[in-house]
Each structure stands twice: as structure tokens, then as C-alpha cells.
Write a protein that binds this ligand. Structure first.
Ligand SMILES: O=C(O)CCC(=O)C(=O)O
Ligand SMILES: [Fe+2]
Length: 206
């Protein structure tokens, strides 16, 4: 399922700069199955919110994509979750990250949709440690993921989505944005989390 080795460049990238971009990370059949799953659930994508649970607010000015949280309703989702589970184990073993779970959603950007500059986690306020983005299709144009250098307005890297490319980065460290899509753009955004229960309430998924 996983077409890359977790030592070598993967290890060095994460160790030295906190992110990695892996083309053709997963096998093509799985990418095709995930894409087909997106088409199956297409009518059920909903407007993405900012924040979690009841703090959820829909803000059109910041993001315009539509999402669908994984619910285990297809073999493709289950296989993808198993793949991310093995990456989680590997990250813990290699970097002692103490990641305890993973949550993810499909995301669909249609013409004009964007996600402005943001961080996925704020120090001390979130339990998201590592962000993953897997692209499911290859738009001809638009929808680049732009990652900025830490504490800077300088671009670190701009990534054109390609089916099968997996991006992993430290959630607290990188401001990033999705430039307006031109063609439809499908992806899976996910977060490896550490446990951060607040006032004795067990931390809820998503
Ligand atoms: O789709 C991408 O390239 C990044 C999406 C993102 O930043 C997010 O969902 O938080
Ligand atoms: Fe993000």
C-alpha cells in the first residue's frame, strides 16, 4: 500500500525541516478507490467549518471547500485509515511523538474555492501535531498548496496537487493556504493527534 520507505528522505525531511512531500506515496488502485468513494458520497459533502464541535462556525471568507468526515462506510476509507495507522506508528517509533489517533475528511474544492492562510493548530490550544494531505486527482490548473516558512511571509514551498502525492507537516509550525481552485480538486486532509483532554472531559474525535 505504501510506496515509500520511512527511513532516508522521509526521515531526513521531517527531522531537518518539519515537512515532506511524497509523490506517488500510495498505490494507484487505492487512490482510484478513494476517488470513486468521493463520487459516491458527492451529494453529502457539506460546507467546511472552522474550529471544532459546537465552536464550529462557517466562515466563507476564510475557506470555501466542502468536506466529508470519514465514517468508515467504504473499504477504501478503511484501507486508508490502516495506512495512516502504520504511518502513525512509524512516526511514534522514530520521533517519539506520542500520537494517539488520526482524524480525516475528504475535501472538495470546485472552481473558485480556496482556503486562506491559516495554521491547523495553535500551541497549547490544540492536540493536532501532524497534518497530512493526500491528493486524489490532478487538476490542470489552480488549487496549489502554499506553505510559508515558519514565522515568515516567505514561501517555503508551493505544491501543485497531483493524484497520489502525500504532504506531511508539523501542524503548529506552518502557516499555509490553498490558492483558488480552477478545476475540481479532491483530497483527504487529516491530523495525527496527541491526547489533550480538557477539564477531565475525554477529547472527542474531530
Ligand atoms: O488541501 C490542502 O492542500 C490543504 C488543506 C488544509 O490546509 C486544511 O484542510 O487544513
Ligand atoms: Fe490546513
Amino acid at each position: 500500500m505504501i510506496n515509500f520507505s520511512t527511513d532516508g528522505p522521509f526521515y531526513n525531511d521531517i527531522e531537518s525541516r518539519g515537512y515532506t512531500v511524497i509523490p506517488n506515496a500510495l498505490n494507484k488502485e487505492l487512490i482510484a478507490d478513494l476517488m470513486a468513494d468521493c463520487y459516491r458520497i458527492n451529494p453529502h459533502f457539506s460546507h467546511a467549518g472552522i474550529g471544532r464541535l459546537n465552536h464550529l462556525q462557517i466562515d466563507d471568507n476564510i475557506r470555501k471547500d466542502k468536506t466529508y468526515w470519514f465514517d468508515g462506510s467504504s473499504q477504501a476509507q478503511l484501507t486508508y485509515l490502516a495506512v495512516m495507522e502504520s504511518i502513525r506508528t512509524m512516526l511514534n517509533r522514530t520521533f517519539f511523538m506520542g500520537l494517539f489517533d488520526y482524524e480525516c475528511h475528504y475535501a472538495k474544492y470546485t472552481h473558485g474555492d480556496f482556503y486562506k492562510k491559516h495554521v491547523d493548530a495553535f500551541k497549547g490550544r490544540s492536540n493536532r501535531v501532524f497534518t497530512s494531505v493526500l491528493y486524489l486527482n490532478t487538476p490542470n490548473e489552480g488549487g496549489e498548496l502554499v506553505i510559508y516558512k515558519p514565522k515568515s511571509k516567505v514561501v517555503e514551498v508551493s505544491i501543485s496537487p497531483e493524484a497520489g502525492t502525500l504532504v506531511l507537516f508539523e501542524s503548529e509550525r506552518f502557516v499555509h493556504e490553498v490558492l483558488p481552485a480552477v478545476d475540481n480538486r479532491y483530497s483527504i486532509a487529516g491530523w495525527f493527534r496527541k491526547n489533550a483532554s480538557i477539564s477531565g472531559i475525554v477529547d472527542p474525535p474531530r
